[in-house]
Design a protein around this ligand. Sequence first.
Ligand SMILES: [Zn+2]
Ligand SMILES: [Zn+2]
Length: 159
Amino acid sequence: MNIDVKEMLEGKVNITSFRYVETLETMEGLMFDDLPEVEGKLKRIERRKLLLACKVKTRVLLECSRCLDVYPQELEFSYEEVYTEEPLRIIGKLTEEDFKYTIENNMVDVSKSVRENIIMNLPIKPLCREDCKGLCPVCGKNLNREKCNCNLEDITIEY
Ligand SMILES: [Zn+2]
Ligand SMILES: [Zn+2]
């Protein structure tokens, strides 16, 4: 989602609110059960700086790290990012933060930060459920769905 911020940069408008649902195209590399619902505000904090505050609600599809099944993971979080005009046009000292999200042609690309913040909020070790039994290391059966007769105590490691 691109938001025209020309009037904000000119100082005519100080706050812009928006609400929309992301498209799959802007969320490259992610899969969803429910596309992200985004609710946010842009606020002018300096002459060429806008603060973006967003609330995101979505259900991503992840692969369970134990049983390898794909499952829907609910995510709900808020974040804030600063968007600045193209760094070359800013006078003064630049920090790394100034280069992260830029306002190009008076447009703020909200989806870019939504995507990056979804990735940051993904669980490190995704689990389809807390007590996922995983796969049997011997026969490979998904132990959430079926039982197997392998006796795991018999496994010995030979060197
Ligand atoms: Zn699992
Ligand atoms: Zn087994």
